[in-house]
Design a protein around this ligand. Structure first.
Ligand SMILES: *Cc1c(COP(=O)(O)O)cnc(C)c1O
Length: 414
């Protein structure tokens, strides 16, 4: 009798994005002429910059001749890419990370889930609430939680609410935790962490022999010079933190797939007997056993993201999206909405008006404005009463959406 992993049965059925899709389809079926503006899912809309496309084309051509053809590459990534990452993203910013501490992969979403392979099942796991759902669901699948309650919160996970009430600053857990997921710039709230906040976490992790999983997928959207780019800017972080970055949101690789995870050599985990073990060789073993590397043309494309041309083209992509974020922030604020994020992240997080809950506001925006956003409650219980709008769109659509929201506000929401 083939037994299944019953942890999968604990997963909440109505996953956020399918439910949004269902409601949007129902709406467009009964309103086929409506021009629906989608500001929901966090996917980029602009094409990949030309310097990167050129590098990928050239690499494809190399595969066409016996002299330049490449078969299996190093599982951890080609040296040319790992060195470009270590140098550009870390060393040039004064952060000590070596090329052999970088593991190139096919996505940060994948890395977030896969990393659990090397950790024990008896760790206490802490997440922010609201949260990127992947951190929670992968822990449910791995059997690290009990069942979900009526709010969708799983037993044994430690949730750290981040709301306007605490200024989106999570409190340290009152019970000891072993693994802490942090995401800055944050999805979904669009807020960033200060040096003080990250220092607090690095100190906590050091004292508790815990590990921080730091998701920096949106680092390219930070413009404020005082906001830390990497957790490794914090002294001591090399001993307690794993950082994940992706080419998805800066270079438009959501469909192309390339990302990386940083595991410093000093990072330690512990056996049942309390004995210290380096994490680097464990992850190296896992990565080499279960993964065969990112395709060569894609790694050449990622490398080109660090060329002078590539950097300039990415910068203009980021400004394109961040202009939309500014329009959203300013437009919604002037209409009287309470707005967070959107300054160093492509997401704007707003408080729903008139005491509507997140899904009520979703339906209102869809029915009255033909605008699709993401209900905050879909990211966790503490996201109830909030709503996410994404800057991954055109300025024309962003302005049109704002105009429609303004009209609906003037007509009196509800
Ligand atoms: C988009 C996103 C990622 C990137 O995932 P990929 O698998 O690299 O495309 C990672 N973390 C968060 C929070 C994201 O929103």
């Amino acid at each position: 009798m083939a037994r299944i992993n019953e942890n999968y049965l604990k997963l909440q059925a109505g996953y956020l994005f399918p439910e949004i899709g269902r409601r949007v389809r129902a709406f467009t079926e009964s309103n086929p002429d409506a021009n629906v503006i989608k500001m929901g899912i966090g996917d980029v809309t602009q094409p990949i910059p030309p310097a990167i496309i050129k590098a990928m084309h050239d690499a494809v051509d190399e595969m066409a001749s016996a002299e330049t053809f490449r078969g299996y590459g190093p599982e951890q990534g080609y040296a040319f890419l790992r060195e470009a990452i270590a140098s550009n993203d870390y060393q040039q910013a004064g952060v000590q990370i070596d090329a052999d501490e970088i593991f190139v992969s096919d996505g940060s979403k994948c890395d977030c889930g896969n990393i659990l392979d090397i950790f024990g099942d008896d760790n206490r796991i802490a997440v922010l609430d609201p949260v990127y759902p992947v951190y929670v669901d992968t822990n449910v699948m791995a059997g690290h939680t009990g069942p979900a309650d009526d709010n969708g919160r799983y037993e044994n996970l430690v949730y750290m609410p981040v709301t306007a009430e605490n200024n989106f600053e999570p409190e340290l857990p009152s019970e000891p935790v072993d693994i802490i997921y942090l995401c800055y710039p944050n999805n979904p709230t669009g807020v960033v962490a200060t040096h003080e906040t990250l220092t607090k976490w690095v100190e906590y992790a050091t004292q508790n022999k815990a590990i921080i999983l730091y998701d920096a997928a949106y680092v390219a959207f930070i413009s404020d010079p005082d906001v830390p780019r990497s957790i490794y800017e914090i002294p001591g972080a090399r001993k307690v933190a794993i950082e994940m970055r992706s080419f998805s949101k800066n270079a438009g690789f959501t469909g192309v797939r390339c990302a990386f995870t940083v595991i410093p050599k000093e990072l330690m985990g512990y056996g049942k007997d309390g004995q210290e073990h380096a994490i680097h060789p464990l992850w190296n073993r896992r990565h080499c056993t279960k993964f065969n590397g990112v395709s060569y043309p894609i790694q050449r494309g990622a490398e080109a993201a660090y060329s002078e041309e590539g950097k300039a083209q990415i910068e203009s992509l980021i400004s394109y999206y961040m202009h939309n974020a500014k329009l959203l922030r300013e437009g919604l604020t002037s209409m009287g909405f309470e707005v967070f994020g959107g300054e160093n992240a492509p997401y704007v997080w707003l408080k729903t008006p008139s005491d509507m809950n997140s899904w009520e506001f979703f339906d209102h925006l869809l029915d009255k404005c033909h605008v699709v956003g993401t209900p905050g409650s879909g990211f966790g219980a503490a996201g109830e009463g909030y709503f996410r709008l994404s800057a991954f769109n055109s300025p024309e659509n962003t302005e049109e959406a704002l105009k429609r929201i303004q009209d609906s506000v003037s007509a009196g929401i509800k």
